[in-house]
Design a protein around this ligand. Structure first.
Ligand code: ADP
Ligand code: MG
Length: 327
């Protein structure tokens, strides 16, 4: 194994051959001043960047493979929320030192996931400083077909993919150093978010609005509501909760985390009631569960409907610039 001795050796050893662009648009990758991309005919480019800072998004000492899967998973989840097909990404890396074991674990996992999702690393920047990582992802959509937050209409059904609250549960097991039967599943959900890229393409023909759940369901749904100038009624009984989370913390806590816990990276989306049967048909053989949890209303705000009663809830979630952030 070669061992990087400087910035250029490090880029060559760890970041020069990561993933491949399934859309075939990369003309020139890592190594020159810029990458060169030939956009496929009649496509729009969709772009998003995500940053992770040691001590803020992950604990000091977190292994390179875990950081890689959270970083790329979170970045690709934004492309899923727009129903875009991922193509390529860049990586800005600030490292305190060249820890070969950490770097090898990071780049190996990054390469596995990049291959799996059909994205290619085409360039980046490498600097010395406190461990900070940014990934900018680029994807393609048919012009005018990116799934926005702003299209929800009263009467639309609200859906979520997968299960909610697991990642918040996983974080709790880490913070409190808890061991047990459910812990590996919950920590996997925390460290290895699965961007719902395939699901997004299946739901896109029917969806009026979508977002990925990064700050918590209430907070992220509220972004759809604000952008669409509508409100929502949610049925907490319908929230999809994993057996693992339910068995570990019970109904009340798992519901609370399903509503407000962040970083599940599931999709929340809206579909007109009339298109529900078509959505169900499109998803008939799909492996990811999709659950209806409520309905869009004309009245602003979110209300929970339970036991024949309704009450309003505040759209809490994690906010980096709010004193109330608890994660
Ligand atoms: P420049 O000084 O011209 O900006 P750099 O010396 O920073 O170029 O980078 C050299 C090449 O390596 C460029 O193609 C750049 O995109 C790539 N690169 C630098 N850091 C990374 C990284 N962390 N991951 C992938 N490619 C990188
Ligand atoms: Mg240059």
């Amino acid at each position: 194994m070669t061992v990087a001795t400087d910035e250029f050796g490090l880029i060559r050893d760890y970041f020069s051959d990561i993933g491949s662009d399934r859309s075939g648009s990369v003309r020139l990758s890592v190594g020159d001043d810029c990458a060169v991309i030939a956009p496929p005919p009649d496509r729009e480019m969709v772009v998003s960047i995500d940053t992770m800072v040691e001590g803020v998004h992950f604990e000091a000492g977190t292994s390179g493979d875990r950081v890689a899967s959270r970083l790329l998973g979170a970045a690709l989840s934004d492309l899923a929320a727009m129903a875009a097909i991922p193509a390529f990404f860049t990586l800005a890396l600030t490292l305190p030192d060249t820890d070969q074991i950490w770097l090898r674990a990071f780049s190996t996992r990054l390469a596995e996931l990049a291959r799996h999702h059909g994205v290619q690393l085409v360039g980046g920047d490498t600097t010395r400083g406190p461990l900070t990582l940014s990934i900018q992802v680029h994807g393609w959509t048919v012009p005018g077909k990116a799934l926005l937050r702003s299209g929800a209409r009263p009467g639309d059904r609200i859906f979520v993919t997968g299960t909610l609250g697991d990642s918040r549960g996983g974080l709790e097991t880490l913070l409190k150093n808890i061991h047990g039967e459910q812990v590996p599943f919950l920590q996997h959900r925390f460290f290895c978010p699965e961007p719902r890229l395939d699901t997004a393409l299946l739901i896109a023909p029917f969806a009026t609005a979508a977002i990925d759940v990064s700050d918590g369901l209430l907070a992220d749904l509220n972004h759809i509501l604000t952008a669409s100038q509508v409100g929502a009624m949610l049925n907490p009984d319908e929230l999809p909760i994993s057996h693992e989370l339910y068995h570990w913390v019970g109904e009340e806590q798992s519901r609370q985390w399903a509503l407000t816990g962040g970083e599940d990276f599931e999709l929340c989306f809206t579909v007109p009631a009339l298109l529900e049967p078509k959505l169900a048909w499109a998803l008939r053989d799909h492996s990811v569960g999709v659950t209806c949890i409520g309905q869009i209303s004309a009245t602003p705000g979110i209300v929970l409907a339970e036991d024949g009663q309704i009450w309003p809830v505040a759209p809490q979630g994690y906010n980096h610039f709010s004193d109330k952030g608890t994660m």
